[in-house]
Design a protein around this ligand. Structure first.
Ligand SMILES: *Cc1c(COP(=O)(O)O)cnc(C)c1O
Length: 399
């Protein structure tokens, strides 16, 4: 491996750590120097069954031996089976498959515009999203992302987007009013992940649901980070007590294999043949991965375990907040997505991530002042205790 990451032929779109991994097992990763790390990043909330999961590996090896890719020109049984599982386990009726979160949101935005044109005769539809949100990096998804830092340098952005403050119904109403009848959809995370691990407020979402119903606006929940069990329920919207008209799913869906999906209720099922497509979307291999993740969620009763381990994680982090009041400001999240808030000026999330890495613990920031804990959903009670041991050493380094 070249010593300097700048000297590789890979574009510098990521500020990478000078670290690479050779193998993984469960919640553990081994680097090229032979050192083991406890992984509370999990490919950014992606490797839900942990690394090198045996059942996933076997199912995928079998699939590779039989059929890897065909085309959506033909029926794909694995895709139909996965669509059925998703619709039977959510409030949705129909699914479109793609390969990533951004693509799922891109599909949702196109669907919202088509819905506006065909069902409401809106000529210039507008999609609203929240400030501090994250919806991906393709041009439409990044425009829906309500953060200037992701827009800067990529102007002109596509039109038909506007923003409101998350969990603030007055802000939503005034943004809505400024567009007359042009708003066709709201794209929103049930819990803002990249924006700082900010859970949605159930009362805000209840009011949002009501307004969307009154105005024939599609309520689309971006479940890319918290969907597929991370919150302790299968979907984040269950934590909020509402049903959306559509959800987008990706990160945890394939357990580390790339797959994304847009799932919609019948009333939002407006795509017709030729409207949208993806060469790789819903291929037998990635669908087999997602089917295996779904089967493991059920077989191992992972939702219940995420609830229990989530409590343990939250309680342990709250204890550290009490022990380090000068450094830590609080903890928030659902299930196995928890954010540890840092005091302004005391340390940055990057400082904590670096100190933890030196102690063999992998963490990831969610904005400048929040450290995110998103371990594999299979993490055990004992492994979480080791997370805290390493975290304590890391915090001592900073204190
Ligand atoms: C990661 C993420 C995305 C983007 O997913 P990609 O697979 O990186 O395109 C979109 N929305 C949310 C909420 C995310 O966390």
């Amino acid at each position: 491996m070249p010593p300097n990451p700048d000297s590789t032929a890979v574009m510098a779109t990521y500020a990478r750590f000078p670290l690479s991994f050779e193998r993984g097992r469960g919640v553990w990763l081994q680097d090229s120097a032979g050192r083991w790390y406890l992984d509370c990043v999990a490919g950014i909330a992606t490797c839900s069954l942990g690394h090198s999961n045996r059942r996933l590996g076997k199912a995928l090896a079998r699939q590779l031996g039989r059929l890897q890719h065909v085309s959506n020109l033909y029926r794909i049984p694995e895709q139909e089976e996965l669509a059925l599982w998703l619709t039977e386990h959510s409030c949705t009726d129909k699914v479109f498959f793609c390969n990533s979160g951004a693509e799922a949101n891109e599909a949702a935005i196109k669907l919202a515009r088509k819905y506006g044109h065909s069902r409401r005769q809106v000529e210039r539809p507008v999609v609203l999203s929240a400030r501090a949100s994250f919806h991906g990096r393709t041009l439409a998804a990044v425009t829906a992302t309500g953060q200037d830092k992701y827009h800067c340098g990529f102007e002109p952005l596509p039109e038909g987007f506007d923003y409101f403050t998350y969990n603030d119904i007055d802000s939503f109403n005034s943004t809505l009013a400024s567009h007359g009848d042009r708003v066709v959809a709201v794209l929103i995370e049930p819990l803002q992940g990249e924006g700082g691990v900010v859970p949605g407020n159930p009362e805000f979402f209840r009011q949002l649901r009501q307004i969307c119903d009154q105005r024939q606006i599609l309520l689309i929940l971006d479940e890319v980070q918290v969907g597929m069990g991370r919150s302790g329920s299968l979907w984040g919207y269950e934590q909020l007590g509402i049903e959306p008209d559509a959800i987008t799913v990706a990160k945890g869906l394939g357990g580390g294999i790339p797959i994304g999906a847009l799932a919609v209720k019948a009333k939002a099922d407006v795509f017709e043949a030729g409207d949208h497509a993806s060469t790789f979307g819903g291929n037998p291999f990635s669908c087999r991965a997602a089917l295996t993740v779904a089967a493991e969620l059920e077989r191992r009763q992972l939702l219940r375990k995420v609830g229990e381990r989530g409590e343990q994680l939250r309680a342990g982090l709250a204890r550290r907040v009490a022990q380090h009041p000068e450094l830590l400001a609080g903890v928030r999240g659902w299930g196995l997505i928890q954010g540890l808030l840092l005091r302004d000026g005391a340390a940055t999330a990057g400082d904590v991530v670096k100190a933890a890495m030196a102690e063999g613990l992998l963490l990831v920031p969610a904005g400048p002042q929040v450290v995110r804990f998103v371990p594999p959903l299979v993490i055990s009670q004992r492994e979480l205790r080791q997370v805290f041991k390493r975290l304590d050493k890391a915090l001592a380094r900073l204190g």
